[in-house]
Write a protein that binds this ligand. Sequence first.
Ligand SMILES: [Zn+2]
Length: 231
Amino acid sequence: MHEEILAFANFQFEVLETTMKVIVGEGVRDETRYKLNWPQFVDRLRDAGLNVNPDDRPFFSRYQMPRPDDQFFRQFLGFQDEIKGLLATISERRAIPLATWEAVFREAERVGEVVVPYPPVKKDITEQDLGRLAFQKSITAESYRALLYGQLRGLIINRRIFRLRKCLECGTFFLDDTRRGNKRYCSAATCANRAKQRAFLLRNLNRRAKAAANQGRLAFPEVVSGHGAGG
Ligand SMILES: [Zn+2]
């Protein structure tokens, strides 16, 4: 099971417009709704070797509303940049900057559940009312930060944090579970293969360019030496 922090950092957020059939009175009407591209993105993550359940989508319940909240969306992308920056630094430097270390332990302390009663309570609650209420766990943008930092703390505690890698080809973050810990691409089938093919093409091009250059060079000394021999 991969960490949600990886799914969140790798996710390329997009809001898709979709049409939905809505029953209005006697008829059916098309209505525009918005949704995130998570189901589409899950396949991409799977290609990258990350085992993600489509239901384990990163926190974005507020985009599931008929109209996504622009400000919230921007805020969220900003938060994603922050997390990506942390992961990139740790995977590239193979070190946890002190400030990050402190932030991880400070933020992770704040992991807390927010419980929201449904329907909203607007009057005194009797025993009967209480029986009718449902309680839903809710995560706010702030507690989501704590949750992800908590996962980073978990990676530190179980000493897997330095298994964090950023794919050299596509930039996907992943945990290297190989014994030797020298995995550089998220997936052998896609990224490692693509990089290999490119290296092969490049080598071929270089070889041809060198051959062409050598021919040019060989032709030139022949003329010179021919000239020299004659003189
Ligand atoms: Zn990759």
